[in-house]
Ligand binder design. Structure first.
Ligand code: BG6
Length: 474
């Protein structure tokens, strides 16, 4: 029976806009994440089809401060090393490198910052795993170009990727092109930097924007092969098995269609190098006519990914006729599953679903899988002696890691696992600090107060043991 590999990449994951802070330091331009307000306004803005991408006086912007990783990265990386991380997934803020996104020359101070971070990681024996674009399109590209609906972004992204590959070759081997690329179907604003224009068929623009990202991802893969063939390029999708609520064939068909669009539409283009057969009917029924340029389909076919990375937080249950029983979640809809409990934010907890989706993805694609996000957002309480007893987080992670081990024994090839928000940071969907994921607590709060001091939660010691024993402690 297959077991976890000895070179399995254990670690943690973050995104630049959610932890770096220093949002306007050393020449950094604004990104769309910088105009996302904190707290209850965040979700409204994410789903506001007419969002104007402007900063507003009545809102607060926690991403501007993050947890100030920009000035604390040495201390934070030392803590990652203490836990025994083999890898650290992070993203590069595009607007640190190209402040507006459409310049021809990069910002040296931005490049230098990531050189410093990579050097610190390598010094500590930690392999960087880098997302090129994680929900932080330069704001100028959203406002002046209308985001990814504009083909010119393909060129800007290719240029940005080439600069990164040339600068960091020899330091960074593992790259992911777009974070949760399939999320564009649910939140075009965050993924594609697009608000709806008057009388626009938003589905047409969304899938055109996604096509541009697919082409950009293939061009980046081509650039990596040319610059340093030892680089490994992965796609990144939010993954979830979609269950039918009942055995009524109508529900089963509905769930099948939801699962195809959720997991396979983007996965097929990235891995198989072609749009899936079911796409034609979906496009026809939704009035979508994609514009392809000469050579696009060849690029998609010739430059597919080396590995498939995914985030997993919850499964999804679907039925054809909903009657007010919708489940919570970050970006996907669905109905409540009576067999599952949910987190404080209504995200259903389903470790078995992880084993199921890993098997489904591996059955279809047969390339190595990498879980690059998984975790529990929860309220933590600091005891008078400073301890944080987060047994709920340990239970969540333990359940999911055991499910991953089962999938490995089922025959699934796994490269690694990076738990989301290994250090507390700003939540993407709610803009809160109080929705904490970390093994490392950061003294920073929703009202902006806090010393930024870092401390170890109980889960810190637990994860350290899991890594040290390569999973045998589970
Ligand atoms: C993923 C994103 O969807 O979920 C992360 O890639 C995000 O950026 C994570 O932080 C958890 O979601 P949230 O809303 O709890 O921060």
């Amino acid at each position: 029976m297959k077991q976890i590999k000895s070179d399995f990449l254990w670690g943690g994951a973050t995104a630049a806009n959610q932890l770096e802070g220093a949002y306007a330091t050393d020449g950094k331009g604004l990104s769309i994440a910088d105009v996302m307000p904190g707290g209850k306004h965040r979700m409204n803005v994410i789903h506001d089809p007419q969002f104007d991408f402007e900063l507003k006086e009545e809102y607060t912007y926690p991403n501007h401060d993050g947890i100030d990783f920009y000035h604390h990265y040495k201390e934070d990386i030392a803590l990652f090393a203490e836990m025994g991380f083999k890898t650290y997934r992070m993203s590069i803020a595009w607007s640190r490198i190209f402040p507006n996104g459409d310049e021809t020359e990069p910002n040296e101070a931005g490049l230098q910052f990531y050189d410093n971070v990579f050097d610190e990681l390598l010094k500590n024996g930690i392999e960087p795993l880098v997302t090129i674009s994680h929900y932080e399109l330069p704001l100028h590209l959203a406002k002046e170009y209308g985001g990814w609906r504009d083909r010119r972004l393909v060129t800007f992204f290719e240029r940005y990727s080439r600069v990164l590959f040339e600068r960091y070759q020899g330091k960074v081997k593992y790259w992911l092109t777009f974070n949760e690329i399939n999320g564009a179907q649910f939140m075009p604003m965050l993924s594609l930097g697009m608000a709806m224009r008057e009388d626009e068929n938003m589905l047409q623009s969304t899938y055109q924007g996604l096509h541009h990202q697919f082409v950009a991802s293939s061009l980046a893969t081509k650039a990596a092969r040319e610059i340093d063939p030892s680089m490994q390029i992965g796609c990144m999708l939010i993954a979830a098995p979609v269950y039918a609520y009942s055995s009524n064939p109508v529900d089963v068909q509905f769930a099948l269609e939801a699962e195809r669009m959720m997991n396979y539409f983007c996965g097929d283009v990235h891995v198989r190098g072609a749009y899936p057969a079911f796409a034609d009917r979906f496009f026809a029924e939704n009035g979508i006519e994609l514009v392809f340029e000469d050579g696009d389909l060849d690029l998609l076919r010739d430059y597919t990914v080396d590995f498939f990375s995914l985030s997993y937080y919850m499964s999804r249950t679907e039925k054809a006729e909903k009657d007010g029983d919708e489940a919570g979640g970050n970006i996907m809809s669905g109905v409540k599953n009576p067999y599952l409990k949910a987190s404080d934010w209504g995200w259903e907890i389903d470790p078995d679903g992880l084993r199921i989706i890993l098997n489904k993805l591996y059955d279809r694609y047969q390339i190595p899988l990498f879980i690059v996000e998984n975790g529990l957002g929860a309220y933590d309480e600091v005891e008078p002696d400073g301890a944080i007893h987060d047994s709920y987080r340990i239970a969540y992670l333990e359940g999911h890691l055991k499910a991953m081990m089962e999938a490995i024994q089922d025959g699934v090839e796994m490269m690694g696992y990076t738990s989301w928000g290994c250090i507390d940071l700003v939540s993407a969907s709610t803009g809160e600090y109080s929705k904490r994921y970390g093994f490392i607590y950061v003294d920073k709060h929703d009202d902006g107060s806090g010393t930024l001091a870092r401390s170890r939660k109980d889960s810190f010691y637990w994860y350290k043991e899991v890594i040290a024993t390569n999973g045998a402690a589970l």
